[in-house]
Ligand binder design. Sequence first.
Ligand code: FAD
Length: 285
Amino acid sequence: MIRNRYTGEMLEFSCEVFPPKRDDDMYEIFQTLDQLEGLTPDFISVTYGAGGSNSKKTAKLSAYIQNLCDVEALAHMTAVGMTKEALPERLAELQKKGIRRILALRGDKPKLMTEEEFENREFRYAADLIRGIRDFGGFKIAAACYPEKHPDSADYETDIRYLKEKCELGVDELITQMFFDNTKFYDFMDRLDKAGVKTPVHAGIMPITKVNQLGTSVSLSGSSVPTELSNLIARYAEDPEGMRKAGIEYAVNQIDDLLRHGISGIHIYSMNKADITKEIYAAIL
Ligand code: FAD
């Protein structure tokens, strides 16, 4: 927990890591995690390969965080690629490793999955996976939310209606999709408030420290880009060190503004960069 320097209240600080593609790169991510020592985040979340690919690595990395780094691990899991038969086995495996927190997601269609396979998935939405995890028992459940609405949703109202239904199944916390414009987040929080959703929200912040990172992040998330951020990218196109510094500063300013508004949690999309996460952490204390 960290203290909000404006309100004096405590809030959760967390970050996300992803398992490497190649097995031999696991050592590198273990090193990254070791470098986070001293940061004491409330949890570190571990992504899950599209459609369940690499799910073993998610479990392995989560176990390292939980048992060797002494930090709570939050293992991501997707409905896509999951079967009713496999779910209890996966959950029992996580429990055996001491993992007590899961981020339950729908997931997207992996490239190698056919439309038919995707359409016939056994768990349709995150909500169906949440029901399965809740009925199994023993896990704190997190879910995803989208300040600028999920791209599949026709409008904000529909998105919030399904989000509310998801929360009512027993979701303990929400983590937002990355956003670069805080006003979008505040509008979202107002909509949650009006809908009566009281689940704590962790604001997902992605530091953009490389010029080519923004395009990928935006195409994956659909998040809008304020002119201030696109101007930074243009200004530092030929200056990687300048971009790194400016990107961290942008993220820190975003968080500072969120702290002034009394946020309940900050979640850094760390991209496996311990140094960047540590610099942000130090700047917001
Ligand atoms: P859902 O909550 O199921 O919602 C998906 C869409 O369906 C929304 O438009 C929603 O409004 C709609 N909907 C929900 N319920 C119903 C219903 N009953 N009837 C009709 N429509 C409905 N993906 C990965 O593969 N691996 C990861 O590790 C991963 N980590 C993520 C972490 C975070 C914090 C976030 C925000 C996303 C992450 N994703 C990950 C991406 C995520 O899987 C996709 O965004 C996916 O498209 C939606 O997942 P969801 O859990 O939000 O889905």
